[in-house]
Design a protein around this ligand. Structure first.
Ligand code: ACO
Length: 361
């Protein structure tokens, strides 16, 4: 047994509004059949106007703390759709959670963001920099997707998920045994919002449509995603000396059902141990792994302590995998918090959670 970070709380937030494939076929040259067959997606969630990534992050963060029955002392928020370019969204999220003056930062690793944030947070615990970091993945992807681009508009959705970590030991359910991260900036143009940064500043009104919205070279991204997730997953399993056949829960970033199937097939993870919810929520980028974990938890098909493999790939290019044991947690789901909502003490939070029915996934 050795000291490590342990997942002790799991929270989610999904906007109520559902966008079905039929809703999209009404305005795009696509079909329900194409979307289901090529991606596995049937519907996704979308925020109401005025609801931001921070609003979803506050709700998911609060839900994770309620699930754990304890408060965080550090906040790491993984997002590519921050509330604004400056400052980071995490400090305001921490403030709204009532976490006075805790360190708080954003991580922008696109769809690998949650695994990156988890890796950073567990290292902070091991280094003694904090005891109970809150790791949130939250996105309002619909704010950067071009509604006229059928290549991306059918794939992405909004949502947030969070886990609370605490100091514990490697024999406990929820223990984070190893995290493996990587990147290749050579592929930075494959997934990009080209304008709005220092290279093509957003203040220049003439930024063309192509550079204002999220663009993805799907075919090449698909190829890279399968290769990178497979090799990253293999190396994290090697580090902890788990064979792929011993994995009892495989939760990959919900990019595309075909990508997830290809990765799990290559690794040799049995079909009955694969979990995901892409059909219901689409690709929610940094939010997707904790959202899928909460959904898997509700299935009652995984036992606390089961060897679990998390793996992700995204823009950057970035990728990462984590070997953890399934946490002994009951996930809590809360609706988005209004922009001005401040969460109170733990007692208030518990009351709030009890009063809120879990959202259907
Ligand atoms: N409806 C109908 N046809 C479509 C649609 C659509 N929504 N989108 C694309 N097509 C067409 C294309 O125009 C193309 O037509 P053509 O042959 O006449 O040129 C044809 O379908 C095939 O296009 P492909 O891009 O080859 O389709 P593919 O099977 O690769 O599926 C997809 C596209 C779903 C985007 C897939 O490539 C994919 O999932 N890529 C990876 C996504 C991913 O993993 N992203 C990583 C994380 S994302 C992040 O980090 C934010």
């Amino acid at each position: 047994m050795s000291e490590c970070a342990v997942i002790c709380g799991l929270g989610t937030c999904l906007p109520e509004r559902v966008i079905t494939n039929e809703d999209l076929t009404a305005r795009l040259d696509t079909s329900d059949e194409w979307i289901r067959r090529r991606t596995g997606i049937q519907r996704r969630r979308m925020v109401d106007p005025g609801t931001s990534t921070g609003d979803l992050a506050v709700a998911a963060g609060q839900a994770a703390q309620v699930s754990a029955g304890r408060s965080a002392d550090f906040v790491v928020l993984a997002t590519t759709t921050p509330d604004r370019p400056c400052p980071a969204t995490a400090p305001e999220v921490a403030h709204r959670l009532g976490l006075t003056e805790v360190p708080a930062l954003d991580i922008a690793a696109v769809c690998s963001g949650f695994v990156y944030a988890l890796g950073l947070a567990e290292a902070l615990v091991r280094a003694g920099a904090c005891d109970q970091p809150l790791v949130i993945g939250a996105e309002v992807y619909t704010s950067i997707i071009d509604p006229q681009d059928r290549n991306t508009a059918v794939i992405f959705g909004d949502g947030a998920g969070a886990v609370l970590l605490r100091r514990g030991d490697s024999g406990e359910p929820g223990a984070i045994h190893a995290v493996e991260l990587g990147s290749s900036g050579a592929g930075s143009d494959l997934i990009t919002v080209a304008g709005g940064g220092s290279r093509i500043p957003g203040r220049e009104q003439q930024v063309p449509r192509e550079q204002r919205y999220f663009r993805m070279q799907g075919r090449e991204v698909y190829r890279q995603a399968v290769a990178r997730m497979t090799s990253s997953a293999r190396s994290v399993l090697d580090r902890v000396q788990w064979s792929p056949s011993s994995v009892r829960a495989f939760v990959g970033h919900q990019a595309n059902q075909r990508i997830l199937d290809a990765v799990a097939d290559r690794l040799g993870v049995s079909k009955c141990y694969r979990f995901g919810n892409i059909a219901e929520v689409g690709n929610t980028a940094a939010a997707s792994i904790p959202l899928a974990m909460a959904d898997a938890s509700a299935s009652n098909r995984i036992h606390p302590g089961a060897p679990t493999l998390l793996t992700a790939f995204g823009g950057g290019l970035t990728w990462g995998s984590a070997a953890v044991t399934w946490p002994d947690v009951v996930p809590v789901s809360l609706p988005p918090k209004s922009p001005t909502a401040l969460c109170g003490s733990m007692t208030d939070r518990e009351t709030d959670a009890v009063a809120t029915a879990p959202q259907p996934h």
